[in-house]
Design a protein around this ligand. Structure first.
Ligand SMILES: N[C@@H](CCC(=O)N[C@@H](CS)C(=O)NCC(=O)O)C(=O)O
Length: 216
């Protein structure tokens, strides 16, 4: 039995959920909020972060580790390229997504969605503008330089790089940000393809169903 502790709106939980969906594994998503202080959760998440995976009583935190573990127990449709250099490049893009890109997208998500729509707090417009003027254009330019005309980011099948980058841009979309196709045409069309893929559309439907009505 597989359980994923986390809320599907988290970019990291979504990354693991997309891998579970892609591999067609049966699982239960146990709603758990970031920073959950319960002793039960802290026992399986020493940093208090979501998500955490449980598999037949074995638990492990951190999506990069979780996704590698899932690939080992369900190696069909591997999300890690066999070629060492392609695997390294996919791993790098996962790391880039999990650090610089997610931090950038998270500000838009927090300020334009979470704060006004969930917490009844005003948007910090200066923080949003700073992201739109600085961090986001840098991320977009970097990813435009790597985006393929067709197909996937790395190699010829879906990899952890596609999943990690896409989950960040879902976050950015919730923060009312779309990549401008006149600035970054390859990245925009790559993301349009990624968002239209059944894997992603089904996940976003599940996300909507798990959230209070009207939020998404
Ligand atoms: N490196 C971790 C990062 C997970 C992470 O930062 N999760 C956020 C939610 S999106 C969290 O739980 N934050 C709570 C905290 O930092 O206390 C992973 O890949 O799973």
């Amino acid at each position: 039995m597989i359980k994923l502790y986390g809320v599907p709106l988290s970019p990291f939980a979504r990354k693991a959920l997309l891998v579970l969906d892609y591999k067609e594994l049966e699982y239960e998503n146990v709603p758990t909020f970031p920073g959950d202080e319960s002793p039960e959760f802290r026992a399986i998440s020493p940093l208090g972060k979501i998500p955490v995976l449980e598999h037949d009583g074995f638990t492990i935190p951190d999506t990069s580790i979780i996704c590698r573990y899932l690939d080992r127990i369900a190696p069909e449709k591997s999300i890690y390229p066999a070629d060492p250099q392609l695997e390294a490049r996919a791993g790098w893009l996962e790391e880039y997504a999990d650090s610089r890109l997610v931090e950038t997208c998270a500000v838009l998500f927090r300020e334009r969605m979470l704060n006004p729509k969930m917490f009844n707090r005003p948007t910090d417009e200066a923080a949003v503008q700073n992201i739109l003027d600085n961090a986001m254009p840098e991320c977009v330019a970097y990813l435009e330089s790597l985006a393929p005309e067709a197909g996937y980011l790395i190699g010829d099948s879906l990899s952890i790089a596609d999943i990690a980058i896409t989950t960040c841009f879902v976050q950015a979309r919730y923060g009312d940000f779309e990549v401008d196709g006149s600035v970054a045409p390859k990245l925009r069309s790559y993301l349009d393809r990624a968002f239209a893929a059944p894997l992603v559309t089904k996940r976003l439907e599940a996300e909507r169903a798990a959230m209070p009505p009207g939020l998404l």
